[in-house]
Design a protein around this ligand. Structure first.
Ligand SMILES: [Zn+2]
Length: 113
């Protein structure tokens, strides 16, 4: 049976607690954490704002703005978002998978969501 990639959707209480614990650690400690992914600065050229550039990515717990559900924005997904999808650093995960999906479906129907 193939192992499903952990996308941070429907995290267990334990996963959430661990992500929160790591998120609260000082940056120097997070950087050394086995779950941290180093950033590739050559892929972050599109970010030309002053200030913060990611040096590494770490699992990021967040609460959905729409329904209040807690999920984890995985380090691997952040790396993909910033480096491959060329996302901006001021955009962070604010909605859970289900709410994002619902919004996309709504947009396709020409809804005003
Ligand atoms: Zn939600």
């Amino acid at each position: 049976m193939p192992v499903e990639r952990n996308t941070g959707r429907n995290p267990t209480a334990k996963e959430l607690a661990e992500a929160k614990r790591i998120a609260a650690l000082p940056k120097e400690v997070q950087r050394q954490h086995p779950s941290a992914l180093p950033a590739d600065p050559s892929k972050l050229d599109h970010i030309n704002t002053y200030g913060w550039l990611p040096e590494f990515y770490i699992d990021k717990p967040f609460r959905c703005r729409d329904c209040g559900k807690e999920e984890i924005w995985k380090a691997a997904d952040q790396k993909w978002y910033y480096e491959e999808a060329k996302g901006h650093t001021d955009a962070t995960a604010v909605r859970c998978h289900d709410c994002r999906k619902a919004r996309k479906a709504n947009a396709r129907r020409g809804g005003n969501g």
